[in-house]
Design a protein around this ligand. Structure first.
Ligand code: NOJ
Length: 514
């Protein structure tokens, strides 16, 4: 069963490098997050996910951890982070840190010890072959860099050697079974990291590449699931309200092995990208469901996967829908502000626990930028938050050349300040939507969901508990054959009408009826 506080949680994801710099060094910091907690609360978000903020050489933006128990000095000290937990809690905000259990930095002391020729406590902390030149099937590996005469397996980039949780099916003597004491020790080391932060006030973790722990052929993830079950048992005993969200996108598995939430990510072909990012095929027009002019709009491409997952997991935990994250092109890249309003209205009124990526609430644009800290194309979604029209758009008092990444150079770059005063702005629409969600239990994480009219979603009509909702992203007025007589509008974007002939939804409109 998921932690109670998730029933009405709405998350805000912060990429700490780019949120708010308070010491003019050009990079965001913990104090900057603390300063903006009231703003985050004003949005209606009551939970945070902060990307890795631990000591790291930052070859993958901090997903290459050098010391799991030390805050990265560029953001502040451990004490600053503890203060952030406290200040957040005072405002009713829970905080998840980012746990990276599948790999460390190649600069982690465990890896340095593991690379030594002489056998030691850490020799099996990572996955080493027994040959100086040979790898292992299709797992990426590195040779030639260590005193130890063997190659080691990578979990992601070259800087990220894979931690050793064992092999599900063993073919080679160096492939340890998952119950080998050294593989158990890896899990226990990760539990120790979790205990450390939880006992200092953090409320749980977003878990990086949660499905990546046990190596092949763990196709059904039996081995990896067993590791998570053990970890969950520890949490249930010691920190029963701690929450875990998986970066897995396989909720049937993730929610069965102890995760409270799993992200619906844009993995190839799973339907999520058809909502807002269906522009990959150069020979076809953008067919995203929320594009006003989508040539062949069809919400079923998303729902077919979603409803299968939802039906199977609704008693177990939550599927998390997200506006974007630090790995994805911002939705403003292809959607107008009016289109975004409808997309967010949908994402924030579906079951499960939603996630809003910093800056999406004002429609920050994707920037074309050279790669930074292993970001590649992702760099363009990681630029500084745009607070106001002042220096560096209010992100930092430092020199523009020193900034972690440049701010949006456009004269009409959206800012919080500019949108505050406009009741119709994207920012205030997000606030209205989240306020409605908090007011109506039916719209929260556990409220029941049922599709009502899904003929390609033109319009898409769905029920949440006693409420009836409808969204029409097209430029035409559409009527759904749904009897909504006697219902009153609780919330609307655009226009609509419940009549004897059905539910009529105006162009680019969204309705919540009670
Ligand atoms: C997923 C993270 O979201 C991404 O940013 C990172 O590069 C990889 N995992 C490797 O940790």
């Amino acid at each position: 069963m998921a932690a109670d506080w998730l029933k009405d949680a709405v998350f805000y994801e912060i990429y700490p490098q780019s949120f708010r710099d308070t010491n003019a060094d050009g990079i965001g910091d913990f104090q900057g997050i603390i300063e903006k907690l009231d703003y985050i609360r004003s949005l209606g978000c009551n939970a945070l996910w902060i990307n890795p903020c631990f000591d790291s050489p930052f070859k993958d933006a901090g997903y290459d951890v050098r010391d799991y128990k030390k805050a990265a000095p560029r953001y502040g000290t451990n004490e600053d982070l503890y203060r952030l937990f406290e200040e957040a809690h005072r405002r009713g905000i829970h905080v998840l840190l980012d746990l990276v259990p599948g790999h460390t930095s190649e600069e982690h002391p465990w890896f340095k010890a593991s690379s030594k020729a002489e056998k030691n406590e850490y020799s099996n902390r990572y996955i080493w072959t027994n040959h100086w030149f040979m790898g292992c099937k299709d797992l990426p590996y590195i040779g030639g860099e260590t005193e130890r005469p063997a190659t080691y397996i990578l979990n992601f980039f070259k800087c990220q050697p894979a931690l050793n949780y064992g092999f599900f099916r063993r073919e080679q003597p160096w492939q340890l079974p998952t119950d080998h004491p050294d593989c158990v020790a890896t899990r226990e080391a990760m539990e120790d990291v979790m205990r450390f932060w939880l006992s200092h006030g953090c409320d749980g973790f977003r878990v990086d590449m949660a499905g990546s722990l046990v190596k092949y052929d763990d196709e059904k993830k039996t081995g990896t699931s067993a590791v998570w079950r053990k970890i969950r048992q520890m949490l249930d005993r010691e920190f029963p309200q701690a929450a875990l969200v998986a970066e897995w996108s396989d909720p049937k598995v993730a929610l069965r092995c102890g995760f409270d939430m799993d992200f619906y990510l844009n993995n190839w072909g799973n339907g999520y990208s058809t909502l807002m990012r269906d522009y990959e095929d150069p020979d076809k027009a953008d067919n995203s469901y929320f594009r006003r002019d989508a040539p062949d709009r069809d919400i079923r491409r998303f729902l077919d996967v979603y409803e299968d997952w939802y039906g199977d997991t609704r008693e177990l935990g939550y599927i998390s829908l997200l506006t974007c994250n630090h790995d994805t092109v911002r939705p403003r890249f292809s959607l107008t502000t009016d289109e975004l309003k409808l997309a967010y209205a949908f994402l924030f009124t579906m079951p499960g626990v939603p996630f809003l990526y910093y800056g999406d609430e004002i429609g920050m644009r994707y920037q074309q930028l050279p790669t930074k800290e292993g970001g590649y194309f992702r760099t363009g979604s990681r630029t500084p938050m745009q607070w106001n029209n002042g220096k560096n758009l209010g992100f930092s008092e430092g020199d523009a050349e020193k900034l972690y990444l440049p701010v949006d150079p456009a004269a009409d770059a959206p800012t919080v300040e500019a949108q505050e005063g406009d009741p119709d702005s994207l920012l205030n629409t997000v606030r209205r939507l989240l306020a409605l969600r908090h007011q109506q239990q039916d719209l929260q994480s556990d409220g029941a969901y049922a599709p009502v009219c899904t003929e390609k979603g033109r319009p898409f009509v769905y029920r949440r508990g006693q409420l009836l909702l409808a969204v029409n992203p097209s430029g035409d007025t559409l009527t759904a054959p749904v009897d909504a007589r006697g219902r009153q509008a609780l919330f609307s974007i655009g226009s609509g009408k419940a009549g004897a002939d059905g539910l009529t939804v105006g162009p680019q409109s969204f309705l919540v009826l009670k």
